[in-house]
Design a protein. Structure first.
Length: 154
């Protein structure tokens, strides 16, 4: 209604129940809802619309690489989500969270860094281009001794 993209869908292709314990990596497409425990990485393959939902009883001991993550449980590892990360009040992350968009409820805990992916890509890409543009404008290559001082003359 207000232009907000819904992350959580009502459709989950895979449900891992509360008493389930998985040792090893989980690769999936679509929606995965976790009530149990995974010891290994969780990755979405071949889609940008996949969603991982982890309930209050869910726990992942490993990295997460999924476009959209809704977390109310525990992740002991890094989260990398190009889309949206929603951290509920009971969410606990012991690792870095790399995100496109993040939403955090009061009470969520993060023991690690928050790393915005769009900002990191935008700031990393122009740096080499700016250096070559400055050296091209001065007529010197960046490898030449004259090119070293070109930045200080501007």
């Amino acid at each position: 209604m207000f232009g907000r993209d819904p992350v959580a869908t009502n459709r989950f292709d895979i449900l891992i129940g509360k008493t389930a314990r998985i040792q090893g990596d989980v690769d999936f497409t679509g929606g995965l809802h976790l009530d149990g425990r995974v010891t290994g990485s969780v990755r979405a393959v071949d889609t940008q619309h996949s969603t991982l939902s982890v309930s209050e009883t869910g726990c992942i001991e490993g990295s997460v690489e999924v476009p959209n993550v809704v977390l109310n449980g525990i992740v002991k590892g890094d989260i990398r989500a190009l889309g949206r990360v929603v951290l509920g009040a009971a969410a606990k992350v012991q690792g870095n969270v790399h995100y496109g968009v993040i939403e955090t409820a009061l009470g969520a805990e993060i023991q690690g860094r928050l790393v915005p992916l769009a900002a990191a890509a935008a700031t990393a890409a122009p740096a080499p281009a700016a250096a070559s543009a400055a050296s091209a404008a001065s007529g010197h290559s960046a490898a030449s001794p004259a090119g070293k001082g070109a930045g200080s003359r501007l």
